[in-house]
Each structure stands twice: as structure tokens, then as C-alpha cells.
Design a protein around this ligand. Structure first.
Ligand code: G3I
Length: 392
């Protein structure tokens, strides 16, 4: 019987997992998970495909022996190969990673990731071409000398960036977060950076990024990606994003979809009640976005287990129910076809480092736990996908 390249990679991942200290338990539990009763019978992507959907995750680059959420970590690769139909580099396409100076690009790690994904026949989204905040631009950019004609120099700096990435990967990348998090959640205005000051305004900078992306990657879905969410405290952020999207439409800027990051935050033990309380206002936002003709992509789903007790079973149940309620709403919008998780396992989630729990207990934001065992959240994602109206 012929073995596909993907099956070959999967087999290799399994073999290597067994040889990796500390990861053999993960390999065992991938096949079965008695602790939660949520044994993954088939991959999430296999299920998603029956609904015309794709499910995916971020992934990282690392050395082969590193305990990271990387394709080169066989235990993590096995999760990607089991459940995903789409991948996105967590950090390796950001300016900070690939643009060490105005004149240099370093794409070696990104190349390696995309080569691996190609080998596995897994499409890759691009994240991102411009994270438009001073904090997330490389340090050199904020002190860059834009010279005698700053507007021209800034234009060239940005267009060169978009061109270099889009043309290098060509049709291998069919969806980009062109602009990431340009709206200040505190007041809904657009952030300035040294780049946008040189170019004249943040609006001109964002518009240029999208026009340059359309020219360099005419085949690709172009996404504005942000973390305005449905929990209380996000109204100003949502309003700012709506204003930005209205402006893009009015000016004819080529933006195809809103990336709804979906870094969710549980509101209490009764997650169904939370969903009911949040649904109305959230739908009004999504309705306004889709009424303008934008598609939706869930780009970075994970769940912060706030306002929940220490008990793991209680936390996992609330996270799963919150996720299910959220995905049911999102999947009721027919333009939504792609759901990406911001990590498959709690072991490598960014949240632990950025916002630990107040009681210092490890966070549980992902569908697999730190030992790679499937959690109720995985079953909730599978159930939401299974219940989704099929796409053509
Ligand atoms: O790789 C370096 C390492 O060499 C160095 O020793 C270490 C010391 O701090 O830093 C490492 O880089 C870190 C990188 O993650 C890789 O682990 C950066 O400090 C850290 O800031 C970076 O955080 C990432 C963050 O974006 C900022 O880029 C998170 O992993 C990543 O999950 C997070 O992702 C963002 C999305 O891009 C946009 N939406 C929100 C989301 C969560 O914040």
C-alpha cells in the first residue's frame, strides 16, 4: 500500500516521539485518553472537512530537541498532523523575527516552517505583515532615520517588506493577516508608529499595507486581525474596529475579512449563562461587520480560565462550555470557514507568561493539557464543528 507523505511524517513523528525524553506519554495519550473520556476518534480536521471547514493552529520553529510548540518537536507535530488542516506561524513572520534591520531580511526559520508544512500538505496562513504598534515593531524601526523624504522612505520600507514576504511564498500562502492590532482598545483610535509618522498618518500606512499585499499576492485573502472580543470592557475597541472597517470600505481598500482573534476569557462557572449574556451584543458587532461585506476568520482561539475555582474538572468544563457557545455563534456565520487555535496544548501557551492565574495555578487555555491529553475543550470544538451548518 502506498504511504502518503503526510502519513510518512506522521509515522516519523510517532517514532521520534517515543525517542524523545518526557514525550512518550504524549504519544500514548494521543491514541486514547481515558482521563477525560474524550478520546479523539479522528482528527478535528477530518471532521471539519465534512462541513466544508478548516481547523488549525499556530506553530513555532525550534531546534529538534527543544520542548516547544514546534514542528520540530515530534510530540507537538503529532498533534498538528492529527487535528489540523491549516497552520500559522506564531511569531516567525513578524517584523521582529524577520527584519533585523531596514535593509536585511532573515527568513530561514520561516522557510523551514513553511517547507515542513508543505511536506505535510498543510496550508499556512501568514501572520502578519504589519503589527502596527510601536511596542511590536522592531526597536530599530522606532528610531529609524527616514531621511530628507520621509514619506517616500517609509513607503519603500513598508512595500519592500510586504513584497519580499508575499513574493517569496507566492501561492503557498493564501491568506494573510496584513495588519494586526492597529486599534487602541482604550479609545478606539489608531496607533502611530515611526513608520506612520513618516508616511503621514496611520490610516495611510494601513491602506498602503493592504494595497501592497493585493499587488504582491493577488490570490490571497487579506485580513485585518484584532482582539476586540465579546467580554465586558471591549465596546470601545469594537467601535474602533468598526470605524476602521467602514473607512476601508469607503476608501476602496482591499480588505477581505476580519480576523477575530478570539482570546476568550471565562466569566464564571456557569458558562452557558455567560454565553447567553454576551451573545446579543456580540452578534450585533458581527452582523455589522458582515453587513459591510467582510468575511470572518477565527484566527487565534484560546481561553483564559478567569473567575473559575482551582478545581480542574470545574475549570475544564466551564472552558469547554464557553468555547462551545462561542463557536456555535461564530459558525452560524456562513462566511466563516477557518478556525485557528492559538496553540494545541497548555504546555506551550503564551498566556502562562503574559497573564498567569491569580492563584498561580497553571492555565488551561488549549484543547490538550500539558501532558498532551485531550481535554473537554477538544470535545467541545469537535461538537461545535459537527453541529455547524455545512459550507458548500
Ligand atoms: O525567542 C526569544 C528568545 O530568544 C528570548 O530569549 C526570549 C526572552 O524574552 O524571548 C523570545 O521571544 C519571545 C517570543 O514570544 C517567542 O517565545 C518574545 O519575548 C515574546 O514577546 C513573544 O511573545 C509572543 C507575542 O505574540 C509577541 O510577539 C507570543 O509568543 C505570541 O503568542 C503572541 O501572539 C499574539 C499574536 O501575534 C497577535 N495576537 C495576540 C497574540 C497573543 O499575545
Amino acid at each position: 500500500m502506498a504511504i502518503t507523505r503526510r502519513e510518512g511524517l506522521h509515522a516519523l513523528a510517532g517514532l521520534a516521539t517515543a525517542a524523545l525524553p518526557g514525550a512518550s506519554a504524549a504519544a500514548a495519550t494521543l491514541a486514547d485518553d481515558a482521563s477525560t473520556g474524550t478520546a479523539p476518534a479522528g482528527g478535528l480536521q477530518a471532521l471539519a472537512a465534512t462541513r466544508g471547514l478548516r481547523v488549525g493552529s499556530c506553530f513555532a520553529w525550534s531546534r529538534p530537541d527543544a520542548d516547544r510548540g514546534s514542528f520540530a518537536n515530534p510530540a507537538y507535530a503529532a498533534l498538528l498532523l492529527r487535528d489540523c488542516g491549516l497552520l500559522v506561524p506564531e511569531n516567525e513572520m513578524k517584523w521582529q523575527a524577520i527584519r533585523p534591520s531596514a535593509t536585511r531580511f532573515d527568513l530561514a526559520r520561516l522557510d523551514a516552517m513553511i517547507d515542513w508544512a508543505d511536506e505535510a500538505r498543510l496550508p499556512v496562513r501568514g501572520h502578519n505583515l504589519l503589527w502596527h504598534q510601536p511596542k511590536w515593531m522592531p526597536a530599530w524601526e522606532e528610531t529609524h532615520d527616514f531621511g530628507a523624504n520621509p514619506s517616500r522612505a517609509a513607503h519603500d520600507l513598508l512595500v519592500t517588506h510586504v513584497d519580499t514576504v508575499c513574493k517569496r511564498y507566492g501561492a503557498r500562502i493564501r491568506s494573510y493577516d496584513v495588519v494586526n492590532e492597529a486599534v487602541n482598545p482604550a479609545d478606539g483610535t489608531l496607533y502611530d508608529t515611526a513608520l506612520s509618522r513618516a508616511l503621514g498618518s496611520p490610516q495611510a500606512t494601513l491602506d498602503l499595507a493592504f494595497h501592497a499585499a493585493r499587488a504582491a499576492a493577488p490570490h490571497a485573502q487579506l485580513v485585518y486581525n484584532d482582539y476586540m472580543s465579546w467580554e465586558p470592557g471591549n465596546a470601545t475597541h469594537r467601535a474602533g474596529v468598526l470605524r476602521l472597517l467602514e473607512g476601508f470600505k469607503a476608501r476602496g481598500v482591499p480588505v477581505d475579512a476580519l480576523g477575530v482573534q478570539s482570546h476568550l476569557v471565562t466569566q464564571g462557572v456557569d458558562a452557558r449563562a455567560s454565553v447567553q449574556a454576551l451573545e446579543g451584543e456580540w452578534r450585533r458587532f458581527l452582523d455589522a461587520v458582515t453587513a459591510m461585506g467582510y468575511g470572518l476568520v477565527v484566527t487565534e482561539l484560546d481561553v483564559r480560565d478567569n473567575a473559575l475555582p482551582a478545581d480542574i474538572a470545574v475549570r475544564d468544563r466551564a472552558v469547554a462550555e464557553f468555547t462551545r457557545g462561542y463557536l456555535d455563534i461564530m459558525l452560524s456565520y456562513p462566511s466563516l470557514r477557518d478556525v485557528l487555535l492559538w496553540g494545541m496544548t497548555d504546555r506551550y501557551s503564551w498566556i502562562e507568561g503574559f497573564e498567569p492565574r491569580k492563584d498561580k495555578l497553571p492555565r488551561r487555555p488549549c484543547p490538550y493539557d500539558a501532558a498532551f491529553r485531550a481535554k473537554p475543550m477538544r470535545a467541545a470544538i469537535a461538537a461545535a464543528i459537527a453541529a455547524a451548518p455545512p459550507r458548500a
